[in-house]
Design a protein around this ligand. Sequence first.
Ligand code: SAH
Length: 196
Amino acid sequence: SDIGSQKERVVTEEEWLQKWEMGNIGFHKEQGHPLLQKYLDVLLNGRSALRIFFPLCGKAVEMKWLADMGHSVVGVEVSEQAVKEFFSEHSLPYCEEPVPEISGAKMFQSTSGNISLYCCNIYDLSSSIVGKFDGVWDRGALVAVNPCDRQRYASLMINLVEKNSSYLLVTVSYDPNKHKGPPFYVPESEIQSLFG
Ligand code: SAH
């Protein structure tokens, strides 16, 4: 119940890049997440051609899955390697361009135009750059955010969604004093206070 020693811990951008370089990416799943399949109806809510956001997207295969269903997918990921692996592993041609509003950031877009992945720090995004979204798939995202940045992350996410949007959030229930991760334990009470 107590997040104890995790509270002060930080995973730096450098450490994430290193995980990708070393292939230390146990969080990546080749199979689509069963909870997205299970709650797809909640995410879509009878709507089609949605704009769906993948915060801290890695190379999540669900992006391809939703794009193939006719939705438009936008992701953000700090590792360029992850972004490039996503496109190459799905044999998707893409183009690459700078993001004028964010210094050093690049946007990788599938040639078909329905998948756009921003390679930058998520905190550099805003709705004036990426627009607003009808749906969010947050798996391995809030739980990967450093505890000290949670409030900032939640405020950004609230800013990036349309009024009638659906936000699917996956967290993992465990005793944080017994297990080191997935990176951070987010208790239900905290989700309530972050998102209301
Ligand atoms: N959601 C993905 C990946 C989860 S792991 C999945 O389901 O597989 C978290 C990812 O977030 C890592 O790939 C890491 O490189 C990236 N990341 C961590 N902090 C970030 C930040 N501040 N901005 C953008 N990406 C970040």
